[in-house]
Design a protein around this ligand. Sequence first.
Ligand code: SF4
Length: 368
Amino acid sequence: MLPTDLIDRAYRGDCTKEDAALLATAPPTELFRLADELRVEAVGDVVSYIPNRNINFTNRCIGTCRFCAFKDPDGYRLGISEILTKVDEAVSLGATEICIQGGLLPDMHLTNYCEILESVKSDFPAIHLHAYSPMEVWYAAGGGRGEGGGGSEDRDCAGAGVRDTLAALKKAGLDTMPGTAAEILVDDVRTKICPDKLNTAQWIEVVGAAHSLGIRTTATIMYGHIETVRDRIDHLFLIRNLQDETHGFTEFVPLSFMPYNNELGEGMLAGGNYGNTGIDDLRMHALARIVLHNRIPNIQASWVKLGKKLAQYALHCGANDLGGTLMEEKISKSAGSTSGEYMPPSEFDWIIENAGRIPVVRDTIYSH
Ligand code: SF4
């Protein structure tokens, strides 16, 4: 049985790191029940999803992230007309959001990032542009352009640089940003898994500046590699504290680490570690619901990462959103996901109704 004072704090949105550590080792059914009760209090029985499309404009990248299975030195780079064709296809299928991200290219500068947004908005003014990770924004601001994709010595973007970059992107049509590139927001972990990526303080700087400019973001965690339970908890509380300051996060998305086709995962597999089990995944979603209660009402279960069946069960462990229809999903697929690249709205409805919930189509910022 979970202590009653812990449950009281959880309902108030006041649970402590010590509470979270206890919850992380609690019997799964007790953890899931508490998360499910808090989900009911936060959002009721509605489960949402969004008709959207991912467009990865390139899979080439100078980055050195050890968990990445996406980058390909012989890969592609889409031109503006190819991007517009993909947007047109998505719009004709009812997409309301286009999510644009890509690898880091030496000849990709702020003007190029802006050009993509301006071109899409010019032809499709009603589409919501959810684009560019905090790492891409940092890169567009001039950070991470040294040998190997960066290094702390060349990543010292002044705050004004990040802010001006975000303002330019917003002017070009950026509506919201994915809160990716977060991985684990603990620098001891980041230096081991993505040493050339922006560090924790820089991620906070970019996301905090975005929020201050009215650019809302998601928040993510990539879990299930070398991080400890304490690292996951520190990450959740960092997101919680930032939300208290900015109120800019729309949702929290746990991203289960996929160990295939990447250096970090290959080391794990060689040691007999196959990554997250289903119980690990459900625990992460439940813990996020409890720690973020009264701050971030939406916890997404990614059907691409979890598979459709486990994502459905996550709806009973704190999650209330199943993400997007996607149409095109390359990043998880390259790391071993077999869940597919597109799920039609009718299948979302079927999964959600068979979980005993009420399906609803949402927009990016959960305004409906
Ligand atoms: S995770 Fe992103 S920045 Fe890192 S290597 Fe892969 S594509 Fe590049």
